[in-house]
Design a protein around this ligand. Sequence first.
Ligand code: AMP
Length: 380
Amino acid sequence: MPFSTFGLSPSLVIQLINNNYEHPYPIQKEAIPAILEGKDVLGIAETGSGKTASYVLPILTNLQGQTRTKNRHVNVLVLVPTRELAGQVKEVFQQFGSTLPDRVKTIAVFGGVSINTQMQAMQNVNVLVATPGRLLELVESNAVHLTSISTLILDEADKMLNLGFKSEMDKIFDLLPKKRQNLLFSATLSEDVNNINQVLLDNPTIIKIAFEENNIELINQTAYYIDEDKKGPLLRYLIKHNNMQQVLVFTSSTYKADNVADKLRKNGIDASAIHSKKSQSARTDALRNFKNGSVRVLVATDLLARGIDIEFLPVVINYELPRSPKDYIHRIGRTGRADTPGDAITIVAPKDEHHFKIIQKKMKKWVDRVACDNLNLKDY
Ligand code: AMP
């Protein structure tokens, strides 16, 4: 089924071809027609399934002919849990919205940066992508009104609830007009997400895309069992010896992320760290430089394990294990996205062996063990 059969705006179909979207992913096959019809949707899907385009494309199509807004009113509101996801969703709207006959203006607002610039940008906005706290601040200062919203999207609703945005989300729901289209995307259907679903959605089209089916088989997983003090040399060996050019490395603390990135740089490997203790501009720069290939290694905490889409990321390395098996799956899911296979390498110190067993059991997949005895790590 090609994209041209959905009734999307013709200029979007051209854009899709230009962006090498050859055929719709499973979530898009189901979500696009439902959203075009104006129905509510509950999508249980991860980043990597193509969920962003599954709502961006029909929303842009539906907006054609109705892009005018009253002063400081917006048509579409996308609520997201993190600044990074806000930026990413905005980019997809802008990427596809740029060639439409009726111009669609999309902006992203989030905390951690000056509110003044965001207040000034709030003219003639059609699509507002926002984190809940900053959105409420903008509403309270009368910079934006939510009473003209025709479509509400909650992206990564589970993460929003985990991060404690529930009361802010409830406040926002109260400010919206009663009659509107609601789209809710979440990686899991937890009890909390289900409660919101019950309140928000009216006879929704339910779409479930299992992460495991979609992605895990695409990921080539291996594990290196090695003493704690050899982990650093092994990491550098793997990167240099295999000539890896774009590697996402996960650590479990902000301190360790900085430390690993420092050591890589000292050994001649270009690396940056990204985590919650970095300023917003440092996070944005690090991610941009990594995405465009000007930084070879990005060392991240679990802040990046969810939500961030890096196209064609070939390798993810777990320098330290995450606490929860779910986070392990999210981390390795940064590679092997959609149609592209990738490598996920886990470095396991003796103290982590038991925990890694639990992770594998939960994942229902045993990871191939690579022998480290014969590796010559002396020069790394
Ligand atoms: P998402 O789950 O929205 O983060 O999308 C994951 C990745 O898949 C992004 O890099 C998209 O550009 C890409 N993508 C989404 N849909 C398609 C498609 N139908 N064909 C090719 N790439 C796609």
